[in-house]
Design a protein around this ligand. Structure first.
Ligand SMILES: Cc1cc2nc3c(=O)[nH]c(=O)nc-3n(C[C@H](O)[C@H](O)[C@H](O)COP(=O)(O)OP(=O)(O)OC[C@H]3O[C@@H](n4cnc5c(N)ncnc54)[C@H](O)[C@@H]3O)c2cc1C
Ligand code: FES
Length: 256
């Protein structure tokens, strides 16, 4: 792990923060879809570094977008400019970069974190994109203005109707799939969303990648801590074969 310095941190809405880290080598090597492991505490509790997607790359800095869940993210949320943390990465396989679009991205809540970097890369390649982005309430929808600039079209939903259309993000997605056909779909979010997108894509024969969340220990394919069930038997190591994997390789029924 390398030592990196915090350039700044700001709260975007209750429980969600944007953390800027000075990490030139990581910024240079990172590709959309990859993640880093971060340890901002010096004792043994919590024991393991926590994984976060590379949200944005700005010059020699990387940005993480995260939600406060437990002790690791709680500690992270107290850091400020000048603090030092330990970082490992970039790790994992990048998202696919197809020859042609459109590419439709589907994000649930903090699952949007890796998509800003991905959208800027797809845009650089001239590929048409659409982002379907849903949260429980308006405070769960983050960095909307920047995402709107980067995506060809942005569809927002909230379960309580406080922003965008009321309902689940898969509602407008299903309707759009009734009329149009993207070349590729990529989803990141809670397991229910990943299952739904996997099934919608398979029913229509559209290639889809699902960015899986798994508890991680080594981050290097050595411990099986991140294993999920592979369709047809065996396991899939999310840290080295993912985080985004072809939906046809995953046993969707076992995602929790
Ligand atoms: C590849 C990858 C990329 C990720 N990227 C981001 C990101 O960009 N932004 C972000 O906010 N979060 C991201 N996460 C999730 C993030 O790693 C967890 O929120 C974090 O580890 C929680 O640590 P904690 O110590 O605060 O909470 P913990 O005490 O470890 O956990 C709090 C609660 O969250 C659950 N939880 C913890 N980690 C995970 C996990 N990996 N998957 C499912 N449930 C979990 C626990 O079961 C517990 O209920 C990512 C996870 C992975 C695997
Ligand atoms: S985290 Fe150890 S094998 Fe994936």
């Amino acid at each position: 792990m390398i030592r990196v310095r915090v350039k700044g941190q700001r709260r975007l809405s209750p429980g969600y923060l944007l953390l800027d880290l000075e990490a030139p080598e990581v910024a240079e090597r990172a590709r959309p879809g990859q993640f880093v492991r971060v340890k901002a505490w010096w004792g043994r509790d919590p024991l393991l570094p926590r994984p976060f997607s590379v949200h944005e790359v700005l010059g020699g800095r990387i940005r993480l977008l995260y939600g406060v869940r437990g002790p690791g993210t709680e500690t992270l949320s107290r850091l400020s400019r000048g603090d030092v943390l330990l970082l490992d990465g970039p790790l994992g396989r990048p998202f696919p970069l197809p020859e042609r679009g459109p590419v439709w991205l589907v994000a649930g809540g903090i699952g949007v974190a890796p998509f800003l970097f991905y959208l800027s890369e797809l845009r650089n390649r001239g590929l048409p994109t659409r982002l379907f982005y849903g949260g429980r309430s308006r405070g769960d929808l983050l960095r909307v203005d920047r995402l709107r600039e980067l995506s060809g079209a942005l569809v927002l939903t909230t379960e309580d109707g406080s922003r965008g259309r009321k309902g689940l993000v898969t509602d407008p997605l299903s309707r759009a799939l009734g009329r149009e056909r993207p070349a590729l779909m990529v989803a990141c979010g809670p397991p229910g969303l990943l299952k739904a997108v996997g099934r919608l894509a398979e029913a229509r024969g559209i290639p889809a990648y699902l960015s899986l969340e798994a508890l991680m220990a080594c981050g290097r394919g050595l411990c099986l801590g991140c294993a999920v069930a592979r369709r047809g038997g065996g396991t899939l190591k999310v840290c080295v074969e993912g985080p985004a994997v072809d939906s046809r390789e995953v046993d969707l029924e076992t995602l929790v």
